[in-house]
Design a protein around this ligand. Sequence first.
Ligand code: AMP
Length: 173
Amino acid sequence: MIAEKLSKTIRDVPDFPKPGIMFKDITPVLAHPELSLEVSKAFYDYWSPKGVEAVVGIESRGFIYGLQLAQQLGVPFIPVRKAGKLPFTTVKHSYDLEYGSAEIEIHTDAVSEGQKVLIHDDLLATGGTAKAACELIEKIGGEVVGYSFLVELAFLKGAEKLEGKDVHSLVSF
Ligand code: AMP
């Protein structure tokens, strides 16, 4: 099972980037091409029947499998980035993180009115980042149809913040 393989491969790094945070490091997954391919396939298998019209990836680890998934689905990939990184006109949203706070942006022309968008990131913790990405997409006229993660930290109950939308993760801790 992919969940079992992932839970054995993802590395726990204690006290990063702050004391008390157990960081889930996915770089050992990226270093295993066969497992990494399985991850891409699992995302594709889950989302291919769901009518996704664009994939939004959240900087920066959301770009890794997010772009692959968009390419496999044959839909546009859209980056959401930390404030000040995107060159064209943007909209911005501020939110709280498991550690600290942040501001993210999206290009104003990134989606068309009513376009069905999937949000992808490496990890769901409190759900603040994914929720902020949803606010951005809705501000520019898109419709969020679901959320995709490699890892969910279920004890933080982030999925509750994502209000009845389709929330999918490959492994839960
Ligand atoms: P949140 O907004 O609390 O759901 O946090 C999710 C974002 O922060 C994602 O972009 C993750 O990459 C990162 N993140 C939060 N907590 C962790 C953690 N324990 N290990 C790895 N990444 C994390």
